[in-house]
Design a protein around this ligand. Structure first.
Ligand code: ADP
Ligand code: MG
Length: 327
């Protein structure tokens, strides 16, 4: 089995059941290839259903037509300076690390984008700290912009002028059906050279559907069960699927590893409380398991986690106002 083809980071050559979405995104941006103003795109929908994969696929398609593609995940590049520096870096434009103000970077950006054919994907846009960068990008007439988020209302807090300047066309990505998941997983199994029994694949698809159609979940299931099957010198069977564990939300687990220690402790505290508790209760639990932050710091960390989409908060109005935190 060639495990790398089951890795959730791998971008396959074909994306079954996303042909229409690929076409739609490509069509909106196509004017870039002719040096004209494109329609920007906003892609939204739940986790693990091919939003990033489709966007990267479209960039690859554009590169074949002489349009340069830039992919930036705002989870890793959050500030205006970080985003523009990364943008320039991907276009091989040298940027001295030190002594550059954001204004100078923006000027450098403007000078280099003018007259060029470029499509930029800003993934996980809800994680950006300054949306001003979107204003600058939207003012470059010939730059195509794709924004991606799990949250359909990702822009609600943005300045109205920025939204009108971007004027993105929204495309909703819907979760896959069991049959669609089955086709997608089969294709990944095929390129990975994983042999399977037909009914095992149906079961893997159903499990994946039960986990929000998150294909990452399905791929990890195939990978782990596939290893087990291979170890026994057998094809993948239902019993192998039943023996392995896959984390409920693979992406959140992965991201958790990248958080700072105190943030991790807050998530851990919330997990220990069954995934939902009032802010005060989570704070007490957080201190109990060794959290160092005082209440104010704790609240700051919590708002950061909310911004990152790691937890949600709801105001519950009962006796007094309580904030309920949820995983
Ligand atoms: P999202 O960005 O919507 O959270 P991704 O695009 O990262 O999800 O997809 C998660 C994983 O599932 C990736 O490995 C991706 O290649 C795979 N995937 C999603 N949709 C498809 C599809 N239609 N065909 C093949 N692989 C897919
Ligand atoms: Mg994604």
């Amino acid at each position: 089995m060639r495990e790398e083809y089951l890795d959730p980071e791998y971008l396959p050559e074909i994306l079954p059941h996303r042909e229409n979405e690929i076409e739609a995104v490509f069509e909106m941006l196509r004017p870039v290839a002719e040096g004209r103003k494109p329609v920007n795109v906003f892609i939204y929908g739940p986790a693990g259903i091919g939003k990033t994969a489709v966007a990267k696929f479209v960039l690859r398609k554009f590169e074949e037509e002489g349009v340069r593609g830039v992919y930036i995940n705002c989870w890793y590049f959050r500030t205006e300076g970080a985003i523009i520096t990364e943008f320039l870096r991907q276009l091989n434009i040298p940027v001295p690390r030190k002594g550059r103000s954001v204004d100078e970077l923006v000027r450098e950006f403007m000078n280099n984008v003018e007259g060029e054919k470029i499509v930029v994907v800003l993934d996980e846009i809800d994680a950006v700290e300054s949306e001003k960068v979107l204003y600058e990008m939207s003012r470059c007439g010939n730059l195509g912009i794709v924004l991606i988020s799990n949250d359909p209302y990702a822009f609600r807090k943005f300045d109205q002028r920025i939204i009108s300047s971007l004027a993105p066309h929204s495309i909703e990505f819907r979760r896959y059906s069991v049959d669609e998941i089955c086709d997608i997983l089969k294709e990944r199994a095929r390129i990975a050279g994983l042999e399977y029994e037909e009914e095992a694949m149906r079961v893997a698809a159903r499990f994946t559907y039960m986990h929000g159609s998150d294909i990452r979940y399905g791929l990890l299931l195939l990978l782990r069960a596939g290893r087990l099957a291979e170890g026994e010198g057998e094809k993948l069977k239902i019993e192998h699927l039943k023996k392995v564990e896959v984390e409920e939300n693979p992406k959140r687990e992965m991201r958790k590893e990248e958080l700072g220690e105190e943030h991790k402790k807050i998530i851990r505290a919330l997990e220990l409380m069954g995934g939902e508790a009032s802010s005060g209760e989570v704070y007490r639990k957080y201190r109990e398991i060794g959290g160092l932050g005082a209440e104010r710091t704790f609240r700051k960390y919590v708002s950061e986690l909310i911004k990152l989409g790691m937890i949600k908060a709801e105001e519950s109005v009962g006796r007094g106002r309580t904030r309920i935190l949820k995983l």
